[in-house]
Structure formats: structure tokens, C-alpha cells
Design a protein around this ligand. Structure first.
Ligand SMILES: [Mg+2]
Length: 185
């Protein structure tokens, strides 16, 4: 089984991280790679990897070779197009500092734009060729819908319990995901 995982909200506690940003005075700061250096100046012991959800970390450790991260650098609130390069660099640096790349095999992280559909299609075709099943886990329903269009089984990781769409399979944690998989999705 290949696990296609979103980053923010699935592996990484982005809400807690945003709260920390706000505490440090960077609430509305422009997202860029340099933002982490600015935060570090204010808080020298800031450890981005501490914002990984503990259950996510264990899951990655357990399924290291079967995980692929597909992360969008576009935030849910639309940003001007000229921010794109910085937004991508911000997302890539955040992922690097989270330590997730060291938990996975090389080439297991894809940073994409607002849509994950193309990336999902490619991965799905490759899984098909390899005769391997795959499942996609994301916290945003727009991406769950994209996976459904591609034909990939998808589960919404709704850690704070806001999803009310009865057509979407929802779990609150990787522990619940493991249960769901055991019972067959
Ligand atoms: Mg997300």
C-alpha cells in the first residue's frame, strides 16, 4: 500500500505553528524561506520539527518506504501571483525543517501548486503499473475531491472535527486511519 499524504494539517500541526508565528509577531508576515530565520532570531530554540503530530511521526517511521508527501504551497486564502516563488520556497523550507524528508526515502516529497490532481494522476498510474494499491489522506475537501476524480481512495484527516460531508470518509488521527485500513476501506 502506498500512502499519499498531505503535509499541513495531516503531518504538521499548522494551526499550532501559526499560533507560534503570531506570538512571535509574524501573524501577517509574508511567507518566504527567510521567515524561518526571522522567527529563529526572535526564538533561538524554535524547533519546527516539534510541530509534527506525534501520531504522524510514528506513522512515517513505520511506513517509511510507502509514504509520499504531496503538499500544496498555495494557502487556502488566495495570495497574489507574485508571491508564488516565495510561497513555494516557504513551504519547501518548512517541510525540510520539519525533519520529514529524513524520515522518508529520497524523492518522496512533491510540492505542487493549488491543484494536486496532476500529481495524483501520475502517482496513481505508477501505482497501477506496479500493481500497488494507494490511498490519499488530506485535510482539505477540495483535494479529496481531486483524488476522487482521479479514482484514488481518499480519506479526510479531520483532526479538529469540522467535516460534515457524509460522502467523505473521515479520520481524526493516524490511529483511526490504521483501524479503518484494518477493516478495509
Ligand atoms: Mg493540508
Amino acid at each position: 500500500m502506498k500512502y499519499l499524504l498531505d503535509f499541513d494539517g495531516v503531518l504538521f500541526d499548522i494551526e499550532l505553528f501559526k499560533a507560534r508565528m503570531e506570538e512571535l509577531g509574524f501573524k501577517n508576515a509574508k511567507r518566504s524561506a527567510a521567515l524561518f530565520d526571522q522567527m529563529k532570531e526572535k526564538d533561538p530554540v524554535l524547533d519546527v520539527s516539534s510541530f509534527l503530530f506525534p501520531d504522524a511521526k510514528s506513522f512515517l517511521e513505520e511506513h517509511r518506504d510507502d509514504c509520499l508527501v504531496i503538499s500544496s504551497f498555495v494557502s487556502s486564502n488566495p495570495q497574489p501571483e507574485e508571491y508564488e516563488t516565495d510561497a513555494r520556497a516557504y513551504q519547501e523550507r518548512k517541510i525540510t525543517l520539519s525533519g520529514v524528508p529524513t524520515l522518508l526515502s529520497d524523492g518522496s516529497i512533491l510540492v505542487v501548486g493549488s491543484s494536486k490532481e496532476e500529481a495524483l494522476k501520475k502517482v496513481y498510474e505508477k501505482c497501477g503499473k506496479d500493481g500497488e494499491d494507494c490511498i490519499f489522506i488530506d485535510d482539505r475537501e477540495v483535494h479529496i475531491d481531486e483524488a476522487a476524480r482521479v479514482g484514488i481512495k481518499a480519506v479526510c484527516m479531520d483532526r479538529i472535527g469540522t467535516s460534515h460531508d457524509p460522502h467523505v470518509r473521515v479520520v481524526r488521527s493516524f490511529y483511526e486511519l490504521a483501524d479503518l485500513l484494518q477493516n478495509g476501506v
